[in-house]
Ligand binder design. Structure first.
Ligand code: GDP
Length: 528
């Protein structure tokens, strides 16, 4: 039996990330969440990511200008009786494979939707990724202080486009200049909105009971309208159901304004009450549960040069089970080596700090001098390896070429190392000597050229190449795979880890190949 203090530590943890389309309000909501977590005195100090031009020659400069830092990668704060870990998902131009992979390291997600715009493209993509693990989703409809779309339409759109049932937990009263507040369906109370208090925790004005005459005094005709509306809403939507939420089939929906700091606390209350405690993960030798007392974890992200003074790299490790203790010995499964770790980092808002202990659900930062790769498993001696930390098929491709042709070897070495770090993916066609770089976000291309120069002393440039997408090739029947390899050689390449990949010039080409070779599996993700 695990001891009670240990179990309490695990049970109070909630680890989540925010998924949203750019400009829906992720940064603003993060600030307010930290404000509630007392991690910030006043909201408004999370570093912005919207810079103008970045100096393409220097990756560290880029990082400085874009305000990316370790402090915004993982944020830990207390809320209610819980300890919440919020993992940052790079959004705007720094959108990358890291964004996708971070979603494999959380136990739930907050989906933020701009209520004036509804479901947008990036949100659809990110929801697809959360489906790999059926991650529970909480929804926040943001910007109710503006004229938004009809709330019922918004729920319909989420249900039909994202294929998830909606259970409204709060319901908005008015919108834009007439935004009065929300009615909480489960608590049967109306919480009134006051403008101009976005930077502080608001003193709440709450009116208990839908039939309370105080409500009519407070919001006038809106009270009657609300009562009628709720009849309709209750008929047309779903009741909240915890099992369906945990299975990723139903999302509780909250309304509010992140900028006005209204509604964010309702959402947080829901998160700590319903979102799962740290979840176990599958390994090649069965499932590891969070409450197993032996330490284990996996690396889902590697960030380079985060501290210009040290020029180091940090591997972000999600603890799956047990407890990290300063000075403990860890076993790195892939290379079969033991390492003593006394300088793991934690990420309490503010600065990086050395920490003494951390538990399942937490993220720790390990100093990486080149021996850690994405997907690496750390244990307290066991030899298993975690499954389910994928590479995602890139969506953007360029051919990379040297300015100095004598450095081909360094270029390849650099690209392969950078692909092991998850900075980019590299493909080598079977039939020619091209090197194709694939990425999920545009900025990755600049990062790679800057790092090749800085770390490998290689001057490289890109050329356009006609590639629409890539798929990893699997097949149960080896003869069929060999045959495919011969027949489709012109479209095949090896990735950084020597895995066979189909490179499709167009999406049509890909579907034709899939039709033509029914025994071949074309995968959009590849497990490490
Ligand atoms: P991100 O790109 O998702 O991180 O979005 P931001 O948090 O940077 O917000 C994008 C823009 O929307 C900024 O100008 C915010 O000030 C604004 N914004 C965020 N939340 C609200 C809100 O509740 N109401 C209004 N009117 N604007 C908001």
């Amino acid at each position: 039996m695990a001891n009670q203090d240990f179990l309490n530590e695990i049970n109070k943890r909630r680890t989540f990330a925010i998924i949203s389309h750019p400009d829906a309000g992720k940064t603003t909501i993060t600030e307010k969440v930290l404000l509630f977590g007392n991690a910030l005195q006043r909201a408004g100090t999370v570093k912005g990511k919207k810079s103008g031009q970045h100096a393409k020659s220097d990756w560290m400069e880029m990082e400085k200008e874009r305000g990316i830092s370790v402090t915004t990668s993982v944020m830990q704060f207390p809320y209610a009786d819980c300890l919440v870990n919020l993992l940052d998902t790079p959004g705007h131009e720094d959108f990358s494979e890291d964004t996708y992979r971070t979603l494999t390291a959380v136990d739930s997600c907050l989906m933020v939707i701009d209520a004036a715009k509804g479901v947008e493209a990036r949100t659809i993509k990110l929801m697809d990724v959360t489906r790999l693990r059926d991650t529970p989703i909480i929804t926040f409809m943001n910007k109710l202080d503006r004229d938004t779309r009809d709330p019922i339409d918004l729920l319909d759109e989420v249900e039909s486009v994202l294929n998830i049932k909606c259970a409204p937990i709060t319901w908005p009263i008015g919108m834009g200049k007439e935004f009065k507040g929300v009615y909480h369906l489960l608590r049967d109370e109306t919480i009134l909105y006051a403008t101009g208090q976005g930077h502080t925790i608001q003193e709440k004005r709450v009116i208990k009971g839908l039939d309370n005459p105080e409500l009519d005094t407070a919001i006038g005709d809106y009270a009657e309208e609300l009562r009628d509306m709720l009849e309709l809403v209750k008929g047309a939507s779903h009741d909240f159901n915890l099992d369906e939420f945990i299975a990723g089939e139903l999302t509780p929906v909250f309304f509010g304004t992140a900028m006005g700091n209204f509604g964010v606390d309702h959402m947080l209350d829901g998160l700590v009450e319903w979102a799962p405690t740290p979840q176990g993960r599958e390994t090649d030798q069965g499932k590891v549960e969070a409450k197993d007392e032996k330490f284990s974890g996996f690396v889902f992200k590697i960030q380079a040069n985060m501290d210009p003074k040290h020029r180091d790299r940090i591997a972000f490790c999600r603890i799956v089970s047990g407890k990290y203790q300063k000075g403990m010995k860890m076993h790195q499964s892939r290379i079969g080596k033991d390492v003593r770790i006394s300088d793991a980092l934690t990420f309490l808002a503010g600065d990086r700090e050395l920490l003494d202990e951390a538990y399942a659900g937490d993220i720790i930062g390990l100093h990486n001098h080149g021996s850690i790769q994405i997907g690496d498993t750390f244990t307290s001696g066991e030899k298993f390896r975690f499954a389910g930390i994928p590479n995602f098929a890139p969506e953007l491709f360029k051919r990379i070429r040297l300015r100095d042709p004598l450095k081909q070897k360094q270029l390849l070495k650099g690209l392969i190392q950078l692909s092991e770090e998850g900075a980019v993916q590299v493909f080598r066609p079977l039939q020619n000597n091209d090197l194709i770089v694939g990425a999920v976000g545009v900025l990755q291309f600049d990062v790679v050229v800057a790092r090749l120069k800085g770390e490998y002393n290689v001057d490289a440039m890109y050329e356009h190449i006609n590639v629409a997408t890539a798929r990893w090739i699997y097949g149960k029947d080896e003869r069929k795979v060999d045959e495919f390899r011969r027949k489709a050689e012109a479209n095949l390449a090896l990735d950084g880890g020597d895995n066979l990949t189909y490179i499709a010039p167009t999406m049509v080409n890909l579907s034709l190949a899939q039709e033509r070779y029914p025994d071949i599996e074309f995968h959009q993700t590849r497990e490490h």
